[in-house]
Ligand binder design. Structure first.
Ligand code: FUB
Length: 328
């Protein structure tokens, strides 16, 4: 990662109605990748995907100041790039006000994911349906024919246990799989072709060690990788990122180890994606705010060993972002 970058440059701003909202963000004068790569707002839980237009898109949740844990997070933004340096903020794609079945108090739009299938982008988001948020989580589904606008809520995936952090992975044969979890349990199952219902039963993902949340599945050389955050909680150092592998998308999984040590943030949440021949690990930290619940999305290169194991990702910081005194 390049160092000594001084500026983010907003390049284009268009009116809202009918026109796109573009900010070219994070373009350093030195032309290098930087962390955090979004600095005009607080962001968390990056789900990264490469779509057929050749751009890499990141679907993130949005921390809002002043923070109250993760209660007030009520909207999502999408960011994209074609060079890992210049990022476009496509604006808000969904808020809790647009969820007909959502809790009346709003908030709690937590870690989302998005997949593309047969001309439609499916955006999956955890959101409670009741005031008692912890017992009423649903996995909502919104769709659009565009990757970063026009999303309409279609409903939620029925008959799921109330847990969070959906990840949808589509295998080479076109079969889609849903993963989600919380409270120490990660579950996975097949999705029907409509992408809104589970085909059969969700099953516990066996073989993970110390699962907390933030499941993410990717495939490399025929091996499935399930990555997630753990329950580590010591002093100021919190969630680590771990992973397990399998020859099957639903396990059983073989635990492999930690691929990222804690950042300065209480939580971590990652996605792993290949772009233009390079693998990347997305995650978040609290570098801009020094506050656990005002997080910022980051990315660093990820490398595999010859045996397919993941080398520890070393988080980088630059462009003037500084770690401030820790606030909870
Ligand atoms: O951002 C809200 C929650 O914090 C996410 O759903 C978890 O993965 C953790 O990052």
């Amino acid at each position: 990662m390049g160092k000594n970058c001084l500026f983010s440059i907003p390049e284009f701003l268009f009116g809202k109605r009918g026109l796109a909202l573009f900010f070219s963000l994070g373009a350093c004068w030195c032309g290098a990748q930087k962390n955090p790569f979004i600095t005009h707002m607080y962001t968390a839980d990056p789900s990264a995907h490469v779509w057929s237009d050749g751009r890499l898109y990141v679907y993130a949740s949005h921390d809002i100041a002043p923070p109250r844990g993760c209660d007030l997070m009520d909207k999502y933004h999408v960011f994209s790039t074609d060079d890992m340096v210049n990022w476009v903020d496509h604006g808000e794609i969904l808020s809790s006000e647009q969820v007909p079945w959502g809790r009346k108090e709003g908030g709690f739009m937590w870690a989302p994911d998005c997949v593309y299938k047969n001309g439609t982008y499916y955006f999956y988001f955890p959101h409670p349906s009741g005031t008692e948020w912890n017992k009423t989580w649903k996995i909502g589904v919104a769709t659009s024919d565009k990757p970063a606008s026009g999303f309409t809520v279609q409903g939620y995936i029925p008959d799921l246990e109330p847990m969070i952090d959906p990840c949808v992975f589509i295998d080479d044969d076109g079969q889609a799989y849903l993963y989600y979890g919380g409270g120490g349990t990660c579950m996975g199952g097949k999705l029907k072709d409509n992408m809104m219902e589970v085909d059969g039963k969700m099953q516990i993902m066996e073989g993970l060690e110390d699962f907390h949340e933030a499941a993410w599945v990717h495939k490399r050389k025929g091996i499935y990788y399930l990555s997630y955050s753990d329950n580590h909680d010591e002093g100021d150092a919190h969630n680590r990122m771990r992973y397990a592998t399998s020859k099957s998308p639903l396990g059983p999984w073989t635990y492999q180890g930690i691929y990222m040590d804690p950042t300065d943030s209480y939580t971590n949440h990652g996605s792993i994606v290949k772009y233009k021949g390079q693998w990347y690990a997305f995650y978040h930290n609290s570098a801009l705010s020094g506050h656990d619940w005002l997080r910022s999305i980051c990315v660093d290169k990820l490398y595999y060993n010859k045996d397919g194991s993941i080398r520890k990702v070393v988080p980088t910081l630059d462009c003037g972002a500084s770690l401030k005194g820790k606030k909870k």
